[in-house]
Design a protein around this ligand. Structure first.
Ligand SMILES: *Cc1c(COP(=O)(O)O)cnc(C)c1O
Length: 534
């Protein structure tokens, strides 16, 4: 975006981003073996082709005047150019397979290769969702087997498998709650959903999308839900509370049983955001805490790949009271040995929501999650949770004398710091995160949760070896000490120095994204916002 393309010479020149106070610019714009990459359309030459196709035989034109008049504009490239282009692009992402990825609340854990191997078995990888049910009995059994373990691990009687990610699962669970209230004749009267101030943005967004009014519940000085404030907010107008546990400050809600009792006494439901389940899986069953429904991010807790907009999966476990309102389809085995996909209400009572998604859910993710669960076993799952918590506490303990933990005491799976250690240094949380890039680390989650000033949320997961955590901690200590020396603010503001792109104008990128390429002889017209909307 900040680079200028020197079209006349077909190469990228060292643009403004490469020249300000940074390493010298190069003739090519490349930085050592980090190679510049234009868009594929900018690389092509008219008439060049990677394949040698025979001349098509003459056929009678049946297009009835709809024949395309101009070129379709495909880039002309040789095969090596295409291979190099996509290989270089594939190396531009930082990934969990490259190093520490401490993005808090995202649980960026290792994706075991056994999962990939299983997902690619022909009997699984080559399935089509429209195949006759008699030919996919094993796949349906696989979905049911995963459902069994999700119910077992959460201590809940039912699970809706189809939601495509956590936020979609929230939608599913809250729709089930709305349907249950409707059945009780209370939907119109219970319009309020309570959510802690630290909640992930999807929680209030889900509630609002379903027409509820969101009322925030403050945290106490221990970073937990303020029970007195919660009790005061509960009343006959409240439909549900949406609560994450462990919460987004990385802390276990120690009064969770008391909270769920108060919520139920007020006639409301308890939606648990299960995104942080990795911290407690195998140790605590949310059903025992009084949860009515909870989504499970398979792409977090059960190691299916995510990031970069990749597939997620967000099955929702439901209590007996909410189970009748689960969406279709259900996998059932009602006559002996044959699995069946139930897609209408005739087979079961209750008033299901209909469908939330085409087909059965994210089959590839189900396969990987089941592979993860079965290859770890009960003891392995529990150990993964314990190691994730241990890693986070190790990071917290190793940094607490140079950075400032947001709350006292041990944490669960993520260590949360505020920016008070940067006070009067001229360095902000953002500058600190950018300097981490120069050290070879993807930054932690920043400025979330909102209740902590300049928040830095570090989730190391269970995947990293101790020496890798030590190096990470060492880098953060060095950065914190340099920031606190009071003389490095300029340096921090100029970071990252070693990345192919320096500090970007993120506001401009968010407000006026350039989403569509046009050839240089056909530049975008007028308002870039209009262009972005195209
Ligand atoms: C990740 C996350 C979500 C949303 O899940 P997606 O799968 O990204 O839709 C919701 N709540 C919390 C606390 C999360 O960390």
């Amino acid at each position: 975006m900040v680079q200028s393309l020197d079209r006349s010479q077909g190469r990228i020149g060292g643009g403004a981003a490469n020249t300000t106070a940074g390493p010298v610019s190069t003739y090519t714009g490349n930085r050592a073996l980090q190679i510049e990459e234009p868009l594929i359309f900018e690389m092509g030459q008219p008439g060049r082709c990677g394949v040698d196709l025979p001349e098509p035989s003459k056929v009678k034109d049946r297009l009835n005047g709809l024949k395309r008049a101009g070129e379709i504009g495909l880039p002309g490239l040789s095969e090596p150019q295409v291979v190099q282009h996509y290989t270089r692009l594939s190396q531009k992402n930082y990934a969990i397979d490259m190093g520490v990825y401490p993005l808090g609340s995202c649980t960026m854990k290792h994706n075991p290769r056994i999962n990939e191997k299983v997902a690619r078995l022909p009997g699984i990888g080559d399935l089509h969702p429209l195949q006759p049910v008699s030919t996919v009995q094993g796949a349906l059994e696989l979905i049911d087997r995963l459902a069994h373990w999700l119910k077992t691990l959460t201590g809940m009687p039912a699970v809706a498998m189809s939601p495509a990610a956590g936020a979609h699962g929230e939608m599913c669970g809250m729709m089930a709650i709305a349907a249950a209230l409707e059945a009780r004749g209370e939907r119109a009267k219970r319009r309020v959903v309570l959510a802690p101030e630290s909640a992930h943005g999807t929680n209030p967004a889900t509630a609002a999308a379903l027409g509820f009014t969101v009322k925030p519940i403050p945290a106490n000085d221990r970073g937990r839900v303020d029970l007195t404030a919660l009790k005061a907010a509960l009343g006959p107008d409240v439909a549900a509370i949406m609560l994450t546990n462990p919460n987004t400050c990385g802390l276990f809600e120690t009064e969770i049983v008391e909270i769920s009792r108060a919520v139920h006494e007020a006639g409301a439901f308890f939606y648990c955001d299960g995104a942080n389940f990795n911290a407690i899986v195998g140790r605590v069953r949310p059903g025992d805490l009084g949860v009515d429904c909870m989504h499970i991010n398979l792409h977090k807790t059960f190691s299916t790949p995510h990031g970069g907009g990749g597939p997620g999966a967000g099955p929702v476990v439901l209590s007996a009271a909410l189970a009748p309102y689960a969406p279709y389809p259900w996998i059932v085995k009602d006559d002996g040995d044959t699995w069946r996909v139930a897609e209408d209400g005739a087979a079961v009572d209750g008033k299901p929501l209909g469908r939330l998604k085409a087909f059965h859910g994210q089959m590839g993710m189900f396969t990987r999650a089941l592979s993860y669960i079965m290859s770890h076993g009960a003891d392995g799952l529990k150990q993964a949770a314990e190691d994730a918590v241990l890693s986070a506490n190790y990071v917290m303990a190793s940094l607490q004398d140079v950075m400032t933990p947001a709350f006292e005491g041990p944490c669960m799976h993520e260590a949360l710091f505020d920016d008070s250690f940067l006070k009067d240094t001229g360095v902000s949380t953002l500058d600190f995160a950018k300097a981490m890039i120069d050290e070879g680390y993807h930054p932690m989650t920043m400025y979330f949760p909102l209740v902590v000033h300049g928040a830095m949320l570090i989730e190391p997961t269970e995947s990293q070896a101790k020496e890798d955590l030590d190096l990470f901690v060492g880098a953060l200590r060095a950065l914190a000490e340099r920031a606190k020396s009071g003389t490095a603010a300029e340096d921090f503001k100029a970071a990252p120095r070693f990345a192919p792109r320096r500090r970007l104008d993120e506001t401009l990128a968010a407000r006026k994204p350039v989403l569509r390429w046009r050839p240089s002889n056909n530049p975008p017209e007028g308002d870039p916002m209009k262009q972005a909307a195209e």
